[in-house]
Design a protein. Structure first.
Length: 117
């Protein structure tokens, strides 16, 4: 199994920045990719960004391209989401997800991000 713990959420003003972290533990050697998803008020959970764990590759939702950056530190088994130029519509619960090479996946408990206008 893989355990995921998110941190770094909070309150920011529009135009501001926040950095989310997701620390993985357990069978981290089996991770294929890690990503961030969010559930905004009144909406379904949606993809935000993902990164390959052992290769070069990052992917972003159109809504966050140019504003958010996903990165990883394999030595710390941690993935980050740097969020700049925040907008009120970025408000939501942000979840970390690990996808295993076997196809299984694990989710973190989520961290709240609130952007005020």
């Amino acid at each position: 199994q893989v355990q995921l713990v998110e941190s770094g959420g909070g309150l920011a003003q529009a135009g501001g920045s926040l950095r989310l972290s997701c620390a993985a533990s357990g069978r981290t050697f089996s991770i294929y990719s890690m990503g961030w998803y969010r559930r905004s008020p009144g909406k379904e959970r949606e993809f935000v960004a993902s990164i390959l764990w052992s290769a070069v590759g990052t992917y972003y939702a159109d809504s966050v391209k140019g504003r958010f950056t996903i990165s990883r530190d394999n030595a710390k088994n941690t993935v980050y989401l740097q969020m700049n130029s925040l907008k009120p519509e970025d408000t939501g619960i942000y979840y970390c997800k690990a996808v295993l090479g076997s196809g299984g996946d694990y989710w973190g408990q989520g961290t709240q991000v609130t952007v005020s206008s």
